[in-house]
Design a protein around this ligand. Structure first.
Ligand SMILES: N[C@@H](CCC(=O)N[C@@H](CS)C(=O)NCC(=O)O)C(=O)O
Length: 206
């Protein structure tokens, strides 16, 4: 199995952590690809050229949630909420939406200054701060090993991006429960080793 990824993609990060936690780290070949480059190997098999993208034989599977469900099938674990368990699906969808709005915000900040939309920056700021307040109110700090699920990994990846791009500088003081929750997860080796890094940062291009 091969995962096309970029090191700072939060969606790919979720897949990488899920593979490691499922004991599939050795079976998953990682291929760091360029984005928005016509010669990217991803474009040849998936027209929009996005990551994460999993290839296993003739299967070419986009979307982090589907990839994690596929990895679950291989590992025998369940990290993705099962359709039917609608409360879990709803919680997962909220967490994914949090990651999505953090991603939108971080992308906007990475554009050339003259291309940035003040409106989009303001909307994303409001949404992310609402998301933080919701998470601070609803999450419980794990007492033992933090449960790894697609739901919790969306929050981990969203907070990781938010911190990396310094989007909400006072978030820890404003949301102490969430900060303690985040510290517990950041101590998990697969999460620590997959954190976004300056070395992997690339400018956004068309
Ligand atoms: N909904 C997708 C989101 C994937 C996504 O946004 N990938 C970004 C990298 S983080 C990408 O490939 N962007 C390519 C582009 O913007 O051209 C998922 O869950 O996998």
């Amino acid at each position: 199995m091969k995962l096309y990824y970029t090191p700072n993609s939060p969606y790919a990060r979720i897949c990488r952590i899920t593979a490691i936690e499922g004991g599939l780290g050795d079976r998953l070949e990682l291929d760091w690809v360029g984005l928005r480059t016509p010669d990217s190997p991803v474009v040849a098999i998936s027209p929009l050229g996005r990551v994460p993208l999993l290839q296993d034989g003739d299967l070419v599977l986009p979307e982090a949630r589907h990839i994690c469900a596929y990895l679950d099938e291989k590992s025998g674990r369940q990290t993705v909420a099962r359709y039917g368990d609608w409360q879990a699906v709803a919680a997962e969808a909220q967490s994914l939406a949090f990651l999505d709005v953090v991603t939108v915000w971080s992308r906007e900040t990475r554009r050339q200054e003259e291309d940035r939309s003040a409106f989009m920056l303001e909307v994303a700021d409001i949404q992310v701060r609402r998301g933080l307040a919701h998470l601070n109110k609803t999450l419980e700090v794990p007492t033992g090993a933090p449960p790894i699920s697609f739901d919790t990994l969306c929050i981990v990846a969203g907070l990781g991006m938010m911190r990396f791009y310094e989007l909400v500088p006072d978030w820890r003081e404003a949301h102490p429960t969430l900060a303690a929750w985040s510290d517990a997860y950041d101590a998990v080796p697969s999460i620590a080793e997959s954190a976004p890094s300056q070395d992997a940062l690339r400018p956004l291009t068309r």
